[in-house]
Design a protein around this ligand. Structure first.
Ligand SMILES: [Zn+2]
Length: 226
């Protein structure tokens, strides 16, 4: 009897390597499974002895696209970048929010307890930034817009955030404006300056105030002001 031997390549799933779920850059929702293509020594066409690892790669379980193994590093890096950007945006948002709310609360030279409560509520929404936001609050409370500090925070926000996020900031500053029950001329003018600083039309002022008076704050927060 003849002994027929040879080699052939077989694709294996690397079971100890975690599947990268919904990560396929091609179809966007396929899972990437780590595979290796190994050469086997065969006897009668049956693989019996594994030889060298020929190739390792990721393959999408949905569209079957294959990727070099370093796709994992690339995907992790971009997830890290997304996380980092989100963190930065949140910081920019928090600073502009507290600076403008505090500024609004002192512009009529009367820092009302309702106004302070609104600001403390806002700061409580950013537990990891509490110290920084309290320091911004105290700084603005004491020195108002000295060195343009409040508008610098708003500028930073304008450069980094969507207009929905900006409207959200201004809506909360407007809540402070309404908190003590009356709208002073200084407050109205300041709110219009904020709108301009955020690249929004100052005519939006009336819509903002009207919406807030109807207590449509949740709608405002979703950026559906029209
Ligand atoms: Zn795919």
């Amino acid at each position: 009897m003849f002994i027929i031997f040879g080699t052939r390549g077989l694709k294996h799933t690397v079971s100890e390597s975690p599947v990268l779920t919904n990560s396929c850059p091609n179809c966007n929702n396929g899972n990437l499974v780590n595979k290796l293509y190994r050469r086997w020594f065969t006897l009668f066409f049956i693989p019996v002895i594994p030889l060298d690892v020929v190739d390792r790669f990721y393959q999408c379980d949905s569209c079957k696209s294959a990727y070099n193994e370093n796709i994992k590093t690339i995907l992790q890096r971009s997830q890290q970048e997304i996380d980092e950007n989100q963190k930065k945006a949140k910081q920019v948002f928090g600073r502009a929010l507290v600076a403008s709310m505090t500024h609004m609360s002192i512009i009529d030279n009367d820092f009302a307890p309702e106004e302070e409560r609104e600001i403390m509520d806002a700061i409580a929404g950013f537990p990891e930034m509490k110290e920084e936001l309290m320091s911004i609050h105290n700084q603005v409370k004491e020195h108002a817009n000295k060195d343009n500090q409040v508008f610098n925070y708003l500028n930073e926000a304008r450069n980094a955030l969507s207009s929905e996020a900006l409207i959200n900031i201004l809506a909360q500053a407007a809540v402070v404006l309404l908190a003590d029950g009356s709208i002073e001329k200084e407050e109205e003018n300041l709110m219009k300056e904020y709108l301009i600083a955020c690249g929004l039309p100052k005519e939006m002022y009336q819509a903002l105030i009207d919406k807030l008076r109807q207590k449509d704050i949740s709608e405002l927060k979703e950026g559906q002001l029209n």
